[in-house]
Write a protein that binds this ligand. Structure first.
Ligand code: PLP
Length: 401
């Protein structure tokens, strides 16, 4: 007897830690915007692995680049140099306009890197007394799961049992630039924000917020760090979400879609003046900058640009949101969107978002709730009008129930 969905679920629940509460669908294959479960049922992926799959599942060109590199060399460590990483550095710089980058693996590691770098800058450049640097963050943030990062989370579930916490962080109201200004002290090294809070429920700050925060940072000699791990690389219809306000942060953190869902690759982008502060031995990672990840990331960036995925995200995001706005709104409190990062917040009396996601799953659409009331729609950036037209009647049905 071939194994069924339930057999895998039973194994996972018995032998794996229960640190997630996934939808009960067991995927075995993906192609473009589609995924297939072990019983052969097809679904539209409206999560894209939290935006790590902007290029779609198993993009053929990224696959070919990975297969090609796999046969050559996969890992050198940074004890030696390799012939892929420098090309990725150069291509990242050409694409983003930042002078330099530092490569890590997971998003959380890149956030940790940015925090270390901001502290170093505070002591070496700004002249803050050692061990006194402060970083301002926003309520409702999500920057990852390490002990330091959960130390400044405002979500009790993420932090409650994991203290003692790393000091040096101050959290202020998201979307309120004045609150940032008030929190700045002579010891402030940096302000670190998501331009849109994805995990926080697709929270979009008021127009001009990022620009104001950037100005406040500049005026006070404080670094502005943007965590664009989820919003970056085309998701919102521009390369970076900060581009919507023509803001160029001092440090830009990216990950997720940087390697098209094939491999974990993350990066901190910045100026030579800031990134140049790291000296040999002060920071590193065995796998960071490895030639396999670099080759995959190079192609993932290339197809993102060459295949017009960023422009498509803008156009299809607008279409998707318009269609949602035309639906019966009786259960819907608010629809928030930028490009293909779309949050549909349900009214509290309409029941938890989870139930709607389970309803969508039955119809062949995979979306995931974020917090209790918001359904996030974030399909791969290659989605087209025909697929949206296919999905919309079912979304309408489920959300109107
Ligand atoms: C996903 C995410 C992270 C953490 O990335 P990991 O690869 O899971 O460590 C950090 N910041 C934001 C905004 C994210 O969406």
């Amino acid at each position: 007897m071939p194994m069924k969905n339930q057999d895998y679920i039973d194994l996972e629940d018995r032998y794996g830690a229960h640190n997630y509460k996934p939808l009960d669908v067991v995927l075995t294959r993906g192609e473009g915007v589609w995924v297939y479960d072990v019983e052969g049922k097809r679904y539209l992926d409206c999560l894209s692995a939290y935006s790590a799959l902007n290029q779609g599942h198993v993009h053929p060109k990224i696959l070919a680049a990975m297969q090609d590199q796999l046969q050559k060399i996969t890992l050198t460590s940074r004890a030696f140099r390799n012939d892929q990483m420098p090309l990725l550095f150069k291509e990242l710089s050409d694409l983003s306009g930042y002078e330099m980058s530092l490569l890590m693996n997971s998003g959380a590691e890149a956030v940790e890197t940015a925090i270390k770098l901001a502290r170093k800058w505070a002591y070496r450049v700004k002249g803050i007394e050692r061990n006194h640097a402060e970083i301002i963050v926003a309520d409702g943030n999500f920057h990852g799961r390490t002990v330091t990062i959960v130390s400044f989370s405002s979500d009790e579930l993420y932090r409650e049992d994991f203290g003692p916490y790393t000091p040096g962080f101050i959290s202020v109201r998201y979307g309120d630039a004045a609150a940032v200004e008030v929190a700045i002290t002579p010891n402030t090294a940096a302000v670190m924000l998501e331009p849109i809070q994805g995990e926080g429920g697709v929270i979009i700050p008021p127009v001009g917020y990022l620009k104001k925060v950037a100005e406040i940072c500049k005026k006070n000699n404080v670094l502005f760090i943007a965590d664009e791990i989820q919003t970056g690389l085309g998701r919102t219809g521009k390369l970076f979400a900060c581009d919507h306000e023509n803001v160029k942060p001092d440090m830009m953190i990216i990950g997720k879609a940087l390697a098209g869902g094939f491999y974990p690759v993350s990066a901190v982008l910045s100026s030579a003046k800031i990134l140049g502060l790291f000296r040999p031995g002060e920071h590193g990672s065995t796998f960071g900058g490895n030639p396999l990840g670099a080759a995959v990331a190079r192609t993932a960036l290339k197809v993102l640009v060459e295949e017009g995925m960023i422009e498509n995200a803008a156009a299809m995001g607008e279409y998707f949101s318009e269609q949602l706005a035309e639906m019966p709104q009786k259960n819907i409190r608010e629809i928030r969107s930028r490009g293909l990062l779309i949050g549909v917040e349900m009214k509290t009396e309409a029941g938890p978002a989870r139930g709607y996601c389970e309803g969508l799953q039955k119809k062949g659409i995979l979306a995931k709730e974020t917090h209790d009331t918001t359904i996030r729609f974030a399909p791969p950036l290659i989605i087209d009008k025909a697929v949206i037209d296919w999905a919309m009647p079912m979304i309408r049905d489920v959300l109107a129930k």
